[in-house]
Write a protein that binds this ligand. Structure first.
Ligand code: F6P
Length: 354
């Protein structure tokens, strides 16, 4: 028999389509299955600095949020209670306010917390767990680069956005016989570029895991030209590592500009650049993401009911499992340069600039 009466839910880090679906599922399961009270903590753990801002999540409050992007709780990718930045006497100081956070959550009557977030948020959750807080984690990132889980919600929706954008770019690229550079998200890993590029029919995909040269990209474009294809779509992950020859001409962020400039300079082709940016993080979650987010939300409540704290839900072999947060944090899931997805792309003639 669980000693839980009330749980808190917090969303931290960058948002991702499906966050509201997790909040809804966890709230419904907590109320309908266990009769627990559910409290929404606004703006990640920052919300516990001002406990009066927290609010009850009722069945009515979560009604209608399933198809909505973003998070009704708000989020931040800066708040870390162990290194909280504040201003004192006009100077910035960094303080550990974790004890304050813990006592405020007790004051709210919260017995356990579900933290929905990426690697940074799970690290904070784990530190709080070590201090005795009953924490369970739900992984989140559109980049899909957490090693502990095969998939994170938000990734599939982002792929829909990227795929749709490349479809649209195709027609104008073909009409004008241009090279179109499309920059997509992926701070450390190239999953969005790789899967989005394949699904959108890109010709070249540049990712952080595969070193490339601009000469190779331009040779590829010239070869396409010789075979009668007068336009090329180059998908670039924002996290690519620029080759030495491009470092001097780097225009800073967004990196797609530098790639576009370089291709224009060395290929004699007219180039246009589209940076998809945060539209990849918005919009209504895809059906796949809604289902995955719902499974994660329910599984997180199950973990609390079983008293399995310090764990994070994850997807493995299409089943929901629980992994120790300690073993899940700080480990990236990179694209394997010789992996099946890269080999598939190469087999259909996609170039990686290597
Ligand atoms: O980690 C997810 C992500 O979408 C990255 O791909 C991107 O670099 C980053 O978030 C952008 O974050 P922000 O919202 O702070 O600009």
């Amino acid at each position: 028999m669980s000693d839980i009466r009330c749980i808190g839910i917090a969303t931290g880090g960058g948002d991702a389509p499906g966050l509201n679906a997790v909040i809804r599922a966890a709230t419904k399961a907590a109320i309908l299955q266990h009769g627990w009270k559910v409290i929404g903590i606004p703006d990640g753990f920052d919300g516990l600095i001002w406990p009066e801002k927290s609010f009850e999540l009722t069945l009515e409050r979560v009604s209608g949020i399933l198809p909505r992007g973003g998070t009704i709780l708000g989020t931040t990718n800066r708040g870390n209670p162990f290194q909280y930045k504040t201003e004192e006497n006009g100077e910035e100081v960094v303080r550990d306010i974790s004890d304050q956070i813990i006592s405020n959550s007790k004051e709210l009557g919260i017995d356990a917390i579900i933290t929905i977030g990426g690697d940074g948020s799970q690290k904070i959750g784990y530190e709080l767990f070590k201090k005795g807080v009953k924490i369970v984690g739900v992984p989140k990132t559109i980049d899909n680069d957490l090693s502990a889980t095969e998939l994170t919600f938000g990734f599939d929706t982002a792929l829909h956005t990227v795929s749709d954008a490349i479809d649209k770019i195709h027609t104008t690229a073909a009409s004008h016989h241009r090279v179109m550079v499309v920059e997509v998200m992926g701070r450390d890993c190239g999953w969005i570029a790789l899967a989005g590029g394949i699904s959108g029919g890109a010709h070249v995909i540049l990712i952080p895991e595969i070193p490339f040269t601009i000469k190779s990209v331009c040779d590829f474009i010239a070869q396409r030209e010789r075979h009668g294809s007068r336009f090329t779509i180059v998908v670039v992950a924002e996290g690519i590592k620029l080759p030495p020859e491009l470092k001097q001409m780097a225009r800073g962020w967004p990196v797609g500009n530098t790639i576009g400039d370089a291709i224009g300079l060395f290929s004699n082709k007219e180039v246009r650049i589209s940076v998809l940016g945060h539209i990849q993080r918005g919009g209504s979650p895809s059906p796949y993401d809604r289902v995955l987010a719902t499974r994660f939300g329910v599984a997180a409540v199950d973990l609390i009911a079983r008293g399995e704290y310090g764990k994070m839900v994850a997807l493995r072999a299409n089943s929901i499992v629980a992994v120790d947060v300690a073993s899940a944090i700080g480990k990236l899931k990179s694209v394997h340069p010789e992996g099946e997805l890269v080999r598939t792309a190469r087999a259909i003639g996609i170039g990686f600039g290597d």
